[in-house]
Each structure stands twice: as structure tokens, then as C-alpha cells.
Design a protein around this ligand. Structure first.
Ligand code: A3P
Ligand code: MG
Length: 292
């Protein structure tokens, strides 16, 4: 809880009261709305950092963005969901290893700035803020097959430079599978080594996009039909976009077809496949054949 001692400055006082009033409203909102609001607000803050700092020193811009968004999300979650744990990309090693997280019933998994590289490149809009909620099984009905321990129950991906937030509060309506060739979104800098051969095998073209959140959003909104990644990644890179993808009815799995597990002791989650449901089988078969 935040107490306001009544600062002398009337403007500061007004801002403080407004923040206080908003936090009471937010505490009563459901988890889907909290995820969407916090991701969107962190995104607005990041647009401000970009505006203020400019693009002259990319490293400094990235560091300021990461820090500002992380601090905002940590403070806001502590205020509106004080009993929950948080796993953030920007947390210290010690915070990430906090054993309370593994015993907790509710853990927010956040990536304050996904697509950090693209955030620091002028004109690019493929970067995102991820806010997801993982809950232990038994807390809610409707377990999905194969999910042990818990599952993602809410999430939001803000795409601030695109002016939109994708959310489990209102999952996007999936586009239709195109006739003929389709598009696989891949990392601009670290695409999986097999992905060119996979594209040839399944009749697809590769579309390089920054940020896991922006790529999965592209699948959900019709700019690509699949996202394939392998070779390294962490839970915060995929948790929120996978939550939205599953809520929208898309396919989301590891590249061997198994369900991705979140809130693990080791947050490494090195590969992921998200696609329109009708394409999942041929993509999984193709990946398996290439690995044989
Ligand atoms: N091989 C790898 N190892 C670790 N992280 C990786 C990775 N490839 C991609 N990622 C992470 O996944 C996110 C999306 O990457 P990309 O844009 O290349 O697809 C980025 O997150 P951050 O921007 O939060 O660091 C990036 O750091
Ligand atoms: Mg990331």
C-alpha cells in the first residue's frame, strides 16, 4: 500500500491522489485488465523515454528503457497485487532465484522491454511490453492437457509504437490461413539454424521481425501465420504473448509439440512455436523431419 503524507506542492498532491485513486480501482479490476493496463502504461512510459533520450546513444537508451519500465511494473504490481510474486527479466539474479516464487500460487511473469534492440532503432515499432500471470493448478478450473503445476491465466502484450495492446481480456479473432504460401516470423538476428529449410519444406517465406511479443502478435493479427524460435530464450520472452495466443485459440508449444512450462526453477525456455492452428501439424512434422 502507498501512503501519501500530503506534499506541500498542490500539483504533486493532485498527481499523488490520482495515483492513489487509480491503484484502488486497479486492485479491484480482474487480472486480465490489470495485465492490459500495466503493459499499456509501461509502453506509454517507454515512448516517453524514447522521445526524451533520442537515438544518439543506443546503449544508454536501451538501459534507461529497461530500467524505467521494470521499476514501473514492479512498483505497480506491488501496489495492486501485493500478495503475488513477480519474475521479471530485469530482476537481479538473487530476485530470480527467490524460492518463494516456486511455492507461490500466483506469479506475474514480465518482460519490461522485449525487442530491446529494436526499441533503440529510430522508426522501428517491433518492440513490446509483456505482462503475464501464471497460476498454480487448482486455483482456477479448466486445466489444459499436459500442463503440470500451473498455467498462464492472463496476459497482455503492449506494442506502444503500433498504438495497440493485445490482451486475454479481449483475445484477437484469428485470421484465416491464406491459400498457397504462408509466412513464418523469425528473429532478425538469431533465427533457428533449420528455419530456412523448414520454410522450403512447408512452402513458406521468412519474415524477420524484432521481439518475440511483436512476432507472436503478428501471427494473431495477420502479418504472419507462424513464429518459430530455437537456440535460446527465457520464460518472460514468451509468457505474455503465449497467454494471448492460447486465449485466441492459436497453437503454442515447444518445437517438439509439448506444452511450454512456466514458473520453473530455471527460467530458460529456449524454443517456441506459435501458429494458426491449422498449420501446426505440418510445422511440427517438418521440424521433426529436419531433426531426424
Ligand atoms: N539465442 C537466444 N538466447 C537468449 N535470448 C534470446 C535468443 N534469441 C532471442 N532471444 C531473446 O528473445 C527476445 C526476442 O528476440 P528476437 O527479437 O531476436 O526474436 C529478445 O528479448 P529481449 O529484447 O527482451 O532481450 C532476445 O534477447
Ligand atoms: Mg524479451
Amino acid at each position: 500500500m502507498v501512503a501519501h503524507a500530503g506534499p506541500a506542492d498542490p500539483v504533486e498532491d493532485l498527481v499523488g491522489r490520482r495515483t492513489w485513486a487509480r491503484s484502488i480501482l486497479m486492485t479491484n479490476r480482474d487480472d486480465h485488465a490489470v495485465a492490459a493496463d500495466l503493459a499499456t502504461e509501461a509502453g506509454a512510459l517507454l515512448l516517453g523515454v524514447r522521445e526524451r533520450e533520442g537515438f544518439g546513444d543506443a546503449g544508454a537508451l536501451r538501459a534507461k528503457g529497461d530500467r524505467a519500465s521494470h521499476e514501473f511494473l514492479m512498483e505497480a504490481l506491488a501496489r495492486v497485487r501485493p500478495d503475488d510474486c513477480v519474475l521479471s527479466e530485469e530482476a537481479t539474479r538473487e530476485e530470480r532465484l527467490d524460492p518463494r516464487r516456486l511455492r507461490a500460487d500466483r506469479v506475474w511473469i514480465v518482460d519490461p522491454l522485449d525487442g530491446t534492440r529494436e526499441f533503440s532503432e529510430e522508426g522501428r515499432s517491433d518492440w513490446a511490453v509483456h505482462v503475464a500471470l501464471w497460476e498454480r493448478d487448482g486455483k482456477r478450473d479448466g486445466k489444459r492437457d499436459g500442463e503440470e503445476g500451473g498455467r498462464l491465466t492472463a496476459g497482455a502484450v503492449a506494442l506502444p509504437a503500433q498504438g495497440r495492446t493485445l490482451t486475454t481480456a479481449e483475445p484477437p479473432k484469428l485470421p484465416a490461413v491464406p491459400q498457397g504460401r504462408f509466412r513464418i516470423a523469425v528473429s532478425r538476428t538469431r533465427p533457428p539454424e533449420f528455419v530456412q529449410r523448414l520454410a522450403e519444406l512447408v512452402g513458406a517465406d521468412l519474415v524477420p521481425i524484432g521481439s518475440a511479443g511483436a512476432k507472436i502478435s503478428a501471427v494473431l493479427t495477420g502479418e504472419a501465420e507462424a513464429y518459430v524460435h530455437a537456440g535460446g530464450q527465457y520464460e518472460w520472452d514468451s509468457a505474455a504473448p503465449v497467454a494471448v495466443a492460447l486465449a485466441a485459440g492459436a497453437h503454442a508449444s515447444r518445437i517438439d509439440g509439448s506444452p511450454p512450462a512456466y514458473n520453473q526453477a530455471d527460467p530458460s525456455l529456449p524454443d517456441i512455436l506459435v501458429s494458426l492452428p491449422d498449420l501446426a501439424r505440418s510445422l511440427l512434422d517438418g521440424i521433426r523431419d529436419l531433426h531426424r
